[in-house]
Design a protein around this ligand. Sequence first.
Ligand code: ADP
Ligand code: MG
Length: 543
Amino acid sequence: MLKFTDLTLPEPLQRAAADLNFVKPTSVQELTIPWLLDNDKDLITIAQTGTGKTAAFGFPVLSLTDIEKKAVQTLILCPTRELCLQIAGDFEVYAKYMPRIKTVAIYGGAPIYKQKELLKSGAHIVVGTPGRVFDMIRQEVLKVDHIACLVLDEADEMLNMGFKEDLFSIMSHTPKEKQTLLFSATMPKEVAKLAQTFMKDPHRITTGNEKQGAENISHFFYRVSARDKYLALKRIADMSPKIYGIIFCRTRNETQEIADKLQQDGYNADALHGDLSQGQRELVMSRFRSKYVRLLVATDVAARGLDVDDLTHIINFHAPLEPDIYIHRSGRTGRAGKSGISITIVHAKEIAALKAIENRLGREITFAKVPTGRDICEKQLFNFIDTVERVEIDSVQIESFLPSVYKKLGWMTREELIQRFVSVEFNRFLNYYKDNFDLDQPEEKRTRESKQSFTFKTFRLSIGANQQLNKRELMRYINKLKVARSIEIGQIDIYKDYCLVDLDARYEEQLLKAIPRNKVLGIPILVEVENPTKRNKGRQIRG
Ligand code: ADP
Ligand code: MG
């Protein structure tokens, strides 16, 4: 087993690696570091995200930097501000025992004058986004005509983001004699073309990590009709109460739309895409890293700068058209020896794309049935019960409250108490999935009524037990109103001189019109929609 200390790196870098707990080089480092220490030819390294590429070029670049030379020696280009800061930050850490080496980060979306100051005070290594770098070259604040090494990190993403022109312009300012290193997770045609234009007979390193990494990733697909994708997504999320994942969408619009819907439906979700301001993006990412946001809806480009280790799920809202993109996305889960799940939600026309992915992956993507409402309720219930069983009780803190709580709840039986406290957590799922349909079934097999889910509204009618009203009478009355072919009736509570009844909220308007026109037991009725919180209070008083 090759150790980090076996790489012939200078002692200060060895110490920094040891501080970082880099014991064993990753495969890309094992292949790249020794080669770069011995060669000054061009290099292309293809390896997926999270395989340690920054250190693979960072350690050799640092060890080959000449501190005495007062000029930029290495220019590193990367697609986003986050990556730029990440790489510069990593370099600081690697070079902590080489304090005289200066690395400067320059990127858009931040005041240019500060970055100019930093450059003027001298930098050996510059990490930048192409747009800002070219700006600074044009303004003659940044001189790259003597660099020895040019690094293109995430080359595929830089091209995806439309930095091609800037890259060409920057290259034209660099010297002919230099070493160019290209790092990329995937190798689409555009990257190959870029390499052909700017690199001389490059050496190639490709790591087999993709397939190794895939061992602990399970691949599933769900097949639904195109317009049920969102419903399927929610069920998948509901089926995994501890989900922490990224949902990949195609466009910025779609990303935002799905994140909005998820938020409205009560999930801790947020969107990450290129239309957000820098500040917004940073906020979303930090909320996701801290796991406050559990579902991040993102485009490929926006998710690039995000290095998160313990994702449970990667969800493809569509089958990606390029197999490499699938492999790259799914490689974000199942890291550090943990298991991960990669899910693709497809409709009939996407099956072919899935086949292409399977071929590239060398593994089968397993068909899975969309969980039913019952499956989900059961899963959530047991998850909740499990949490209750494991919860740590802080006796000291709650002691003083307990006597009055015991007193208040003392009238309930054990079973009743359990039912109620389960319901507190669980009503959302029970109601939502009440009679929800099977998404795997073709649409024509589903009943019409169950196609849409609905919520109940509570209606208060001015008749009660004093007027001899009972539940059966009330139900007969509601059905006689004929506001719908068959209207769903929920909970009914009859009080002395009024009653509360839960009815399908979609028919609110019709009900408010029809009820005053129809008598119950010969008595004219007043009706209003009841405030839900009031209703709960009413129940407690009754108890
Ligand atoms: P990439 O650029 O390939 O996406 P990074 O360079 O961002 O990957 O590294 C991913 C993570 O792996 C980082 O958190 C980094 O600190 C860690 N890492 C890199 N090399 C090693 C190593 N040899 N041992 C342990 N962790 C490592
Ligand atoms: Mg990287």
